[in-house]
Ligand binder design. Structure first.
Ligand code: C2E
Ligand code: CA
Ligand code: CA
Ligand code: CA
Length: 281
Protein backbone atom coordinates (compact mmCIF):
# COMPACT_ATOMS: atom_id res chain seq x y z
CA UNK A 1 0.00 0.00 0.00
CA UNK A 2 3.10 2.18 -0.18
CA UNK A 3 2.42 5.45 -1.93
CA UNK A 4 -1.33 5.04 -1.73
CA UNK A 5 -3.21 8.02 -0.42
CA UNK A 6 -5.88 7.50 2.19
CA UNK A 7 -8.53 7.27 -0.52
CA UNK A 8 -6.43 4.72 -2.42
CA UNK A 9 -6.10 2.48 0.61
CA UNK A 10 -9.82 2.57 1.25
CA UNK A 11 -10.51 1.78 -2.36
CA UNK A 12 -8.02 -1.10 -2.19
CA UNK A 13 -9.75 -2.47 0.91
CA UNK A 14 -13.17 -2.22 -0.62
CA UNK A 15 -11.94 -3.85 -3.87
CA UNK A 16 -10.50 -6.68 -1.81
CA UNK A 17 -13.76 -7.08 0.11
CA UNK A 18 -15.63 -6.98 -3.16
CA UNK A 19 -13.56 -9.75 -4.74
CA UNK A 20 -13.87 -11.90 -1.61
CA UNK A 21 -17.61 -11.49 -1.69
CA UNK A 22 -17.61 -12.44 -5.35
CA UNK A 23 -15.62 -15.58 -4.65
CA UNK A 24 -17.92 -16.58 -1.82
CA UNK A 25 -20.91 -15.93 -4.06
CA UNK A 26 -19.45 -18.13 -6.79
CA UNK A 27 -19.00 -20.95 -4.31
CA UNK A 28 -22.58 -20.87 -3.10
CA UNK A 29 -23.84 -20.57 -6.69
CA UNK A 30 -21.98 -23.67 -7.91
CA UNK A 31 -24.48 -26.25 -6.65
CA UNK A 32 -27.39 -24.21 -7.96
CA UNK A 33 -25.64 -23.93 -11.32
CA UNK A 34 -25.72 -27.72 -11.70
CA UNK A 35 -29.48 -27.86 -11.16
CA UNK A 36 -30.05 -24.89 -13.46
CA UNK A 37 -27.90 -26.50 -16.16
CA UNK A 38 -25.64 -23.47 -16.49
CA UNK A 39 -22.63 -25.53 -17.57
CA UNK A 40 -21.64 -26.00 -21.19
CA UNK A 41 -18.95 -27.94 -23.00
CA UNK A 42 -16.44 -26.86 -25.56
CA UNK A 43 -14.37 -29.48 -27.38
CA UNK A 44 -10.75 -29.14 -28.42
CA UNK A 45 -9.50 -31.36 -31.26
CA UNK A 46 -6.73 -33.88 -30.67
CA UNK A 47 -4.99 -34.62 -33.96
CA UNK A 48 -2.80 -37.28 -35.45
CA UNK A 49 0.51 -35.48 -36.04
CA UNK A 50 1.34 -37.42 -39.20
CA UNK A 51 -1.69 -36.24 -41.19
CA UNK A 52 -3.36 -33.73 -38.83
CA UNK A 53 -6.64 -35.62 -38.86
CA UNK A 54 -8.86 -35.03 -35.85
CA UNK A 55 -8.90 -38.33 -33.98
CA UNK A 56 -10.42 -37.20 -30.68
CA UNK A 57 -11.76 -34.20 -28.80
CA UNK A 58 -11.25 -33.12 -25.20
CA UNK A 59 -14.37 -31.91 -23.39
CA UNK A 60 -13.67 -28.65 -21.51
CA UNK A 61 -16.27 -27.27 -19.13
CA UNK A 62 -17.52 -23.65 -19.15
CA UNK A 63 -19.97 -21.91 -16.86
CA UNK A 64 -22.58 -19.65 -18.38
CA UNK A 65 -22.96 -17.50 -15.28
CA UNK A 66 -26.26 -15.57 -15.02
CA UNK A 67 -24.57 -12.21 -14.43
CA UNK A 68 -20.84 -12.65 -15.05
CA UNK A 69 -20.94 -14.17 -18.52
CA UNK A 70 -19.05 -17.20 -19.78
CA UNK A 71 -16.48 -18.38 -17.23
CA UNK A 72 -13.59 -20.76 -17.93
CA UNK A 73 -12.51 -23.48 -15.46
CA UNK A 74 -9.82 -21.19 -14.03
CA UNK A 75 -12.60 -19.21 -12.32
CA UNK A 76 -14.37 -22.09 -10.60
CA UNK A 77 -12.83 -25.59 -10.83
CA UNK A 78 -10.61 -25.11 -7.77
CA UNK A 79 -13.53 -23.80 -5.70
CA UNK A 80 -15.70 -26.65 -6.96
CA UNK A 81 -13.05 -29.14 -5.87
CA UNK A 82 -12.94 -27.54 -2.43
CA UNK A 83 -16.69 -27.53 -1.81
CA UNK A 84 -17.42 -30.83 -3.56
CA UNK A 85 -19.50 -29.37 -6.39
CA UNK A 86 -16.97 -30.84 -8.85
CA UNK A 87 -18.53 -34.28 -8.27
CA UNK A 88 -21.88 -33.14 -9.67
CA UNK A 89 -20.26 -31.04 -12.38
CA UNK A 90 -18.01 -33.93 -13.40
CA UNK A 91 -20.91 -36.33 -13.57
CA UNK A 92 -22.77 -33.92 -15.86
CA UNK A 93 -19.65 -33.42 -18.02
CA UNK A 94 -19.23 -37.18 -18.44
CA UNK A 95 -22.86 -37.76 -19.44
CA UNK A 96 -23.00 -34.72 -21.74
CA UNK A 97 -19.70 -35.59 -23.47
CA UNK A 98 -20.91 -39.15 -24.12
CA UNK A 99 -24.29 -37.95 -25.35
CA UNK A 100 -22.48 -35.59 -27.74
CA UNK A 101 -20.11 -38.16 -29.22
CA UNK A 102 -23.01 -40.57 -29.71
CA UNK A 103 -24.74 -37.83 -31.75
CA UNK A 104 -21.61 -37.14 -33.85
CA UNK A 105 -21.10 -40.85 -34.51
CA UNK A 106 -24.75 -41.32 -35.49
CA UNK A 107 -24.79 -38.27 -37.77
CA UNK A 108 -21.62 -39.25 -39.61
CA UNK A 109 -20.71 -42.95 -39.58
CA UNK A 110 -17.50 -42.06 -41.51
CA UNK A 111 -16.32 -39.50 -38.94
CA UNK A 112 -12.58 -39.50 -38.14
CA UNK A 113 -13.56 -38.96 -34.50
CA UNK A 114 -12.77 -42.02 -32.43
CA UNK A 115 -13.20 -40.77 -28.89
CA UNK A 116 -14.04 -38.00 -26.46
CA UNK A 117 -11.61 -37.27 -23.67
CA UNK A 118 -13.09 -36.31 -20.28
CA UNK A 119 -11.30 -34.76 -17.30
CA UNK A 120 -11.98 -36.52 -14.02
CA UNK A 121 -11.25 -34.75 -10.77
CA UNK A 122 -9.60 -36.81 -8.00
CA UNK A 123 -12.64 -36.32 -5.77
CA UNK A 124 -14.93 -37.68 -8.48
CA UNK A 125 -12.68 -40.67 -9.18
CA UNK A 126 -12.47 -41.57 -5.49
CA UNK A 127 -16.23 -42.12 -5.20
CA UNK A 128 -16.79 -45.76 -4.21
CA UNK A 129 -19.07 -46.33 -7.22
CA UNK A 130 -17.12 -44.39 -9.87
CA UNK A 131 -16.74 -47.36 -12.23
CA UNK A 132 -20.46 -48.05 -11.97
CA UNK A 133 -21.18 -44.38 -12.74
CA UNK A 134 -19.12 -44.66 -15.91
CA UNK A 135 -20.96 -47.83 -16.95
CA UNK A 136 -24.31 -46.17 -16.42
CA UNK A 137 -23.28 -43.03 -18.30
CA UNK A 138 -22.20 -45.17 -21.28
CA UNK A 139 -25.47 -47.08 -21.30
CA UNK A 140 -27.59 -43.95 -20.90
CA UNK A 141 -25.83 -42.28 -23.87
CA UNK A 142 -25.77 -45.39 -26.02
CA UNK A 143 -22.00 -44.89 -26.29
CA UNK A 144 -19.37 -47.59 -26.74
CA UNK A 145 -16.62 -47.80 -24.10
CA UNK A 146 -14.01 -47.29 -26.85
CA UNK A 147 -15.43 -43.82 -27.44
CA UNK A 148 -14.31 -42.70 -23.98
CA UNK A 149 -10.89 -41.64 -22.71
CA UNK A 150 -10.74 -40.60 -19.06
CA UNK A 151 -8.06 -38.07 -18.06
CA UNK A 152 -6.79 -38.47 -14.52
CA UNK A 153 -3.94 -36.65 -12.80
CA UNK A 154 -0.71 -37.89 -11.32
CA UNK A 155 -1.76 -36.73 -7.85
CA UNK A 156 -4.61 -39.26 -7.94
CA UNK A 157 -2.21 -42.03 -8.77
CA UNK A 158 -0.08 -41.29 -5.72
CA UNK A 159 -2.88 -41.61 -3.14
CA UNK A 160 -5.02 -44.73 -2.41
CA UNK A 161 -2.96 -46.59 -5.00
CA UNK A 162 -4.79 -49.89 -4.44
CA UNK A 163 -8.31 -48.59 -5.05
CA UNK A 164 -7.10 -46.50 -7.99
CA UNK A 165 -5.29 -49.41 -9.65
CA UNK A 166 -8.29 -51.69 -9.11
CA UNK A 167 -10.70 -49.17 -10.66
CA UNK A 168 -8.37 -48.44 -13.56
CA UNK A 169 -8.22 -52.18 -14.29
CA UNK A 170 -12.01 -52.44 -14.13
CA UNK A 171 -12.42 -49.51 -16.53
CA UNK A 172 -9.93 -50.93 -19.01
CA UNK A 173 -11.57 -54.33 -18.74
CA UNK A 174 -14.79 -52.84 -20.13
CA UNK A 175 -12.83 -51.05 -22.88
CA UNK A 176 -12.57 -47.50 -21.50
CA UNK A 177 -9.10 -46.01 -21.94
CA UNK A 178 -7.30 -43.88 -19.38
CA UNK A 179 -4.81 -41.04 -19.77
CA UNK A 180 -2.48 -39.38 -17.30
CA UNK A 181 -3.12 -35.65 -17.77
CA UNK A 182 -0.53 -32.88 -17.42
CA UNK A 183 2.21 -35.50 -17.29
CA UNK A 184 5.45 -34.08 -15.94
CA UNK A 185 3.92 -31.47 -13.64
CA UNK A 186 3.31 -33.81 -10.71
CA UNK A 187 5.56 -35.99 -8.61
CA UNK A 188 5.34 -39.41 -10.14
CA UNK A 189 8.30 -40.83 -11.99
CA UNK A 190 8.49 -42.67 -15.25
CA UNK A 191 9.27 -45.95 -13.48
CA UNK A 192 6.07 -45.52 -11.47
CA UNK A 193 4.12 -45.44 -14.73
CA UNK A 194 5.01 -49.02 -15.47
CA UNK A 195 2.77 -50.15 -12.61
CA UNK A 196 -0.12 -47.91 -13.60
CA UNK A 197 -2.68 -49.48 -15.90
CA UNK A 198 -3.05 -46.50 -18.26
CA UNK A 199 -3.04 -46.16 -22.04
CA UNK A 200 -2.12 -42.57 -22.79
CA UNK A 201 0.29 -39.93 -21.53
CA UNK A 202 -0.65 -36.31 -22.01
CA UNK A 203 2.59 -34.39 -21.95
CA UNK A 204 2.06 -31.01 -20.32
CA UNK A 205 2.36 -27.80 -22.33
CA UNK A 206 5.19 -26.62 -20.09
CA UNK A 207 7.34 -29.39 -21.63
CA UNK A 208 6.39 -28.47 -25.17
CA UNK A 209 6.88 -24.70 -24.87
CA UNK A 210 10.68 -24.77 -25.11
CA UNK A 211 11.47 -27.74 -27.33
CA UNK A 212 12.53 -25.49 -30.21
CA UNK A 213 14.67 -23.17 -28.10
CA UNK A 214 16.18 -25.48 -25.48
CA UNK A 215 18.31 -28.46 -26.48
CA UNK A 216 17.85 -29.95 -23.00
CA UNK A 217 14.08 -29.62 -23.15
CA UNK A 218 14.08 -31.21 -26.60
CA UNK A 219 16.18 -34.11 -25.31
CA UNK A 220 13.91 -34.60 -22.30
CA UNK A 221 10.74 -34.76 -24.40
CA UNK A 222 12.45 -37.04 -26.90
CA UNK A 223 13.42 -39.41 -24.07
CA UNK A 224 9.90 -39.40 -22.58
CA UNK A 225 8.36 -40.17 -25.98
CA UNK A 226 10.76 -43.08 -26.51
CA UNK A 227 10.17 -44.46 -23.03
CA UNK A 228 6.42 -44.13 -23.33
CA UNK A 229 6.59 -46.01 -26.63
CA UNK A 230 8.51 -48.81 -24.96
CA UNK A 231 5.83 -48.99 -22.27
CA UNK A 232 3.11 -49.16 -24.97
CA UNK A 233 1.72 -45.79 -24.00
CA UNK A 234 0.43 -43.37 -26.62
CA UNK A 235 1.61 -39.78 -26.16
CA UNK A 236 -0.48 -36.66 -26.71
CA UNK A 237 1.61 -33.47 -26.72
CA UNK A 238 -0.42 -30.60 -25.23
CA UNK A 239 -0.22 -26.93 -26.06
CA UNK A 240 1.31 -27.10 -29.54
CA UNK A 241 1.22 -23.53 -30.82
CA UNK A 242 3.51 -23.57 -33.85
CA UNK A 243 4.30 -25.72 -36.87
CA UNK A 244 7.92 -26.16 -35.76
CA UNK A 245 6.77 -27.89 -32.58
CA UNK A 246 4.45 -30.19 -34.52
CA UNK A 247 7.27 -31.17 -36.88
CA UNK A 248 9.78 -31.72 -34.06
CA UNK A 249 7.32 -33.89 -32.11
CA UNK A 250 6.34 -35.89 -35.18
CA UNK A 251 10.02 -36.51 -35.87
CA UNK A 252 10.52 -37.77 -32.31
CA UNK A 253 7.79 -40.35 -32.89
CA UNK A 254 5.08 -38.61 -30.87
CA UNK A 255 1.82 -39.57 -32.57
CA UNK A 256 -0.76 -37.13 -31.24
CA UNK A 257 -1.04 -33.44 -30.47
CA UNK A 258 -3.40 -30.80 -29.21
CA UNK A 259 -3.06 -27.02 -29.16
CA UNK A 260 -3.94 -23.68 -30.69
CA UNK A 261 -1.79 -24.50 -33.74
CA UNK A 262 -4.51 -26.99 -34.74
CA UNK A 263 -7.61 -25.59 -33.05
CA UNK A 264 -8.82 -23.82 -29.94
CA UNK A 265 -11.64 -25.30 -27.86
CA UNK A 266 -14.75 -25.13 -30.08
CA UNK A 267 -18.52 -25.27 -29.67
CA UNK A 268 -20.09 -28.62 -30.57
CA UNK A 269 -21.57 -27.37 -33.86
CA UNK A 270 -18.06 -26.58 -35.15
CA UNK A 271 -16.72 -30.13 -34.77
CA UNK A 272 -18.41 -32.08 -37.61
CA UNK A 273 -16.80 -29.95 -40.34
CA UNK A 274 -13.38 -30.95 -38.96
CA UNK A 275 -14.09 -34.67 -38.72
CA UNK A 276 -15.78 -35.36 -42.02
CA UNK A 277 -13.78 -37.41 -44.45
CA UNK A 278 -13.58 -35.42 -47.67
CA UNK A 279 -15.07 -37.39 -50.54
CA UNK A 280 -12.82 -37.17 -53.61
CA UNK A 281 -14.62 -35.38 -56.44
P1 C2E B 1 -6.21 -29.23 -19.16
O1 C2E B 1 -6.91 -30.51 -18.87
O2 C2E B 1 -4.72 -29.28 -19.20
O3 C2E B 1 -6.83 -28.70 -20.52
C1 C2E B 1 -6.11 -28.00 -21.48
C2 C2E B 1 -6.21 -26.52 -21.25
O4 C2E B 1 -5.20 -25.88 -22.04
C3 C2E B 1 -7.55 -25.92 -21.72
O5 C2E B 1 -7.83 -24.77 -20.91
C4 C2E B 1 -7.20 -25.47 -23.14
O6 C2E B 1 -8.04 -24.44 -23.62
C5 C2E B 1 -5.79 -24.98 -22.95
N1 C2E B 1 -5.00 -25.05 -24.19
C6 C2E B 1 -5.10 -25.98 -25.17
N2 C2E B 1 -4.20 -25.75 -26.16
C7 C2E B 1 -3.51 -24.65 -25.78
C8 C2E B 1 -2.43 -23.91 -26.39
O7 C2E B 1 -1.95 -24.21 -27.48
N3 C2E B 1 -1.97 -22.83 -25.71
C9 C2E B 1 -2.49 -22.45 -24.51
N4 C2E B 1 -1.98 -21.38 -23.90
N5 C2E B 1 -3.51 -23.14 -23.90
C10 C2E B 1 -4.01 -24.21 -24.53
P2 C2E B 1 -9.22 -24.59 -20.17
O8 C2E B 1 -10.35 -25.03 -21.04
O9 C2E B 1 -9.23 -23.21 -19.62
O10 C2E B 1 -9.14 -25.64 -18.98
C11 C2E B 1 -8.23 -25.46 -17.93
C12 C2E B 1 -8.21 -26.65 -17.02
O11 C2E B 1 -9.45 -26.80 -16.33
C13 C2E B 1 -8.00 -27.97 -17.74
O12 C2E B 1 -6.64 -28.12 -18.05
C14 C2E B 1 -8.49 -28.95 -16.68
O13 C2E B 1 -7.51 -29.19 -15.74
C15 C2E B 1 -9.63 -28.17 -16.06
N6 C2E B 1 -10.91 -28.65 -16.60
C16 C2E B 1 -11.52 -28.30 -17.76
N7 C2E B 1 -12.69 -28.97 -17.91
C17 C2E B 1 -12.80 -29.77 -16.83
C18 C2E B 1 -13.80 -30.73 -16.40
O14 C2E B 1 -14.80 -31.01 -17.06
N8 C2E B 1 -13.56 -31.35 -15.19
C19 C2E B 1 -12.44 -31.10 -14.45
N9 C2E B 1 -12.28 -31.76 -13.29
N10 C2E B 1 -11.51 -30.22 -14.82
C20 C2E B 1 -11.68 -29.56 -16.00
CA1 CA C 1 -7.12 -32.49 -19.58
CA1 CA D 1 -3.76 -31.32 -19.70
CA1 CA E 1 -2.14 -28.61 -18.84
Amino acid sequence: AKGMGKGGWQRYQSDLAHSMVQRLELRTQLHEAIEDEQFMLQFQPIVELADQRVTGVEALVRWQHPTRGLLGPFHFVEAAEENGAIVGIGSWVLREALRQIAVWKAEDPQTTLRYVSVNVSPLQFRAADFVQQVREALTEAGARPEWLLLEITESLVLKDADKVVQDLRALRAIGVRVAIDDFGTGYSSLSYLRQMPVDVLKLDKSFIDDILTSRQQHALVDAIVTLAGNLDLAVVAEGIEEAGQRIALDTMGCHYGQGYHFAKPLWPAEIPALTTVAVPA
